[in-house]
Structure formats: structure tokens, C-alpha cells
Design a protein around this ligand. Sequence first.
Ligand code: UD1
Ligand code: MG
Length: 454
Amino acid sequence: MDDLAAVILAAGRGTRMRSSLPKVLHTVCGKPMVSHVVDAVRAVHSGRLVVVASPESDALRQCAGDSAEFVVQAQPRGTADALLQAENLLRDRAAQVMVLCGDTPLILSSSLSRLLERHQATGATVTLLTSDSVPPEGLGRIVRDGSGRVVDVVEDADAGERESAIAEVNAGVYLFRAEWLWPALRELSPSATGEYYLTNLIKMASGAGLGVESVGSEGALEILGVNTRVQLAQAEQAMRQRILTNWMLAGVTIVDPATTYIEAEVTVGQDTTVYPNTTLAGRTRVGERCALGPGSMIYDSVIGDGCKIIASMLEGAHLDASVEVGPFSHLRPGTVIEEEVHIGNYAEVKNSRVGRGTKMGHFSYVGDADVGHDVNIGAGAITCNFDGVNKNRTVIGDNAFIGSDTMLVAPVRVGARSSTGAGSVVTRDVPPDSLVVGAPARAVRKKRAPEQTE
Ligand code: UD1
Ligand code: MG
């Protein structure tokens, strides 16, 4: 629809969450609830999108994307008052207005499409989305007349015995004919609590003999509105299942969906296998044919094709193809691991580049370092990168051999093809092709060139 504008109501206090964070910023599968709603809208509508925000919600602006416009609702005086804040931006500029709540993260764009189709096809004044597959507690009940037409929405708090028994509820997603909407909003009277209910527009429209249409939502729980942390957990579980199902259908093996957590923004390549107790979070991107877990936690990391990560934690790390990590290792932010590196158990790498084919099998720490290709880092070898005041860099040349338990006291360089003896404490730069031993380490001899060895 060219003449459509969308409005997301997101200025409520969210009192029932008992939180200092605005409700719609609480995350579901790692993404703020309101961002889920924005994405569903953006899948069907590229035009104007207005978010109604509370005065203190700067963080909300980041979640809604650059293309959204913002209006502030000074006081949370109800959903009708919230929508009214968008009037100045939209009156005479959009013929149809789609309204959504920022607290329904599971809403599907396919339902929005069907809502748009029905609204267009019938020429209704209001079309609303309903569901009979969520627990109705706390939601507005849909009241229909003898011929099945929607005549009212009764809020849970105001529902008598008969209305409470109604299973069909209001999703909080509507399409309105704008010409009727804006003046009608101004005619509403406050409810008993002093709030202006958007839902009272339904009775008003139907009472005036105007067309009120409805569309049933598709998925179970799709319209779940999150008002409490109990519902937040329900939304999380439903979204998690949806994400896992999508990845399985896209060719990812998930051995145990019950213990696998993949956040909304993560991508996973085909024929990757995710083993139990594994979390993929943040902006993580995983390549094809990887084996992740069991027991891995991977945050904001990029993982190339064919990597194997067993029982390890990655944060802000970048791995090229065919890297092996774990069990029980930790790659921290700023880590870049090139192809075919092997990082075994109890290793930690931070803010370092590790070159192709390097091996770091056991109990090592590499921090603030540039490690060349085909280096061997012996068991227990570490970079002493912190002198108590500054972090200093260590540079290890290609094909170097760092003996077990070596302490590389940064800033320090170990030249290409050099070796350090077991237990050496390297405080001075080691030239290429040398062997140093001891504490402090001193050169023993130039290494013989390979052609001289027997
Ligand atoms: C609302 C509906 C209910 C529906 C349910 C669906 C009303 C009166 N009731 O109830 O029929 O079943 O959603 O989830 O509309 N908001 C504002 N400003 C306000 C109040 C709310 O922006 O002053 C925003 C909230 O941030 C939220 C949305 O509007 O995103 C809905 O508000 P909420 O208080 O959650 O309404 P419900 O009680 O869930
Ligand atoms: Mg709600």
C-alpha cells in the first residue's frame, strides 16, 4: 500500500516488568522486543514508520533503525493517547495507518500481509488481528455479535464472567482508515483507570455501522504480548524454537534443540552441526561444515568454514577456515586466527593475530601478540603482556619454536625460525635463527641451517 504509514506504540511504563529498563528494550533471543516488531513491519512496508517513545528512551532510537521517525508521549496515558502523538506527523499524509505494539516480538510479517490484504479487499474502517491460541489472561477479549461480526474489545480488567470465558483475544495490531481514525481518537473517554484505550475504537466504529474486519493470526503464541517477565520467558522460548526450526530447515544439524541457543541475528552455514549445550549469540556468523560444541559459547564472532570448536568460549574473535579450538579454551576480543591453526585445551588468546598452521596445544596465554605462521607454542608458554602499567606487544616470527613454559616478557620479539628453551624467560629480542635458554634467556648459538642437519 503506497498510502500506508505504520506506528509502533512503545512508550508504556511496563510497570509489570518491574524493571528500570523500558519494557520494549528487554531482549528476546538477544534482540530488543521492539526491534523484532520493526523487522516484521519492514518486511511488508518500506514507507513511513513512527515509533512512539517515552521521554527517556534514547536507546530506543538505536533499536528502531535510521528510517524510523520518533514522537514522544510525555505521560503514559494509554494506547489511544500514544497513537494520538503520531497525528501531527501523519494526518493528511497517510490514508491508512497500521498500529502495532512494541511488546509483541513474535509477530509474523505474513500476518501483517494478510491483515493488509483483508483491509484493502474489504475497504473496512478497522481491521484487527486476533488469536485464539494464546493464554487469554491479561489480553483484550474479542466480542462478536450473533452474525460473527466484531463489535467490541473488552480489556481483561473490565471483563465480566462471560467475556473472561472468550478465548479469542486482541493482538494489538490494527489497520485504520486514517480519515476516520484521527478525529475518533479525540472522541474517546478515559477508562476507569484514567487511561485512554485504543481498543475502545472498535466499539465506536461498530456502533456507527462502519466496517470492522478481523484476521486470525497464524502461529501459536504469535501475538503473545509481553507484560511480565514470565511472558518474556515464554516469548524467548517460542522465538528460540522458531529460530532453531529455521536453521534446521536451512540445512544445519542441531543435535539437541532443547539445549541449543541461537540468537536472532546469528547466521549459520549449511552442514554445520551444533552439539548440545551450545550458545551462538550476538552478531556471530558461522561458516559451512563446522562442528560447534558440545558446550561452546560463541559471542559476536566470525567463524570460517570447517572449524571445530569444542567446549570453548569465543568473544569477538575472527577465525579463518579449518581452525580447531578446545576443549576448554577462551578466545577474547580482537583475536584473529588464520587457517588451520590448532588451539587445544586451556589456552587463552586476546587481541592477537595467530598465523596459519600455528599450534598452541596446552595451557598457553597469548595476549597483545602477532604470531607468525607454523609457530609451535609449547605447553605453558605465555606472553607477559602487562608490566603493571602498560600492555605491551609480543611478536613471534614464522616457524618459531617456543619451548614449554617460556615467559615472553613484552615488549619483545622472537625472530623467525628461532627457538626458546623450556622454562626460558625472554626479556630481550631474539634474532632470527637463534636458540635462547635460561632465565633471563641468553643466546646459546645460531641455529644450524636445515641443510646442515643430519
Ligand atoms: C493491549 C490492548 C489489549 C491487547 C494487548 C495485546 C489496549 C487498551 N489493550 O493491552 O487489548 O490484547 O495489548 O498485547 O490497548 N503504550 C504506550 N503508551 C501508553 C501505554 C502503552 O506507548 O500510555 C505501549 C506499550 O509500550 C506497549 C503497547 O502500547 O508496547 C501496549 O501497551 P500495554 O500496556 O502492554 O497494553 P496491554 O495491557 O498489553
Ligand atoms: Mg502488552
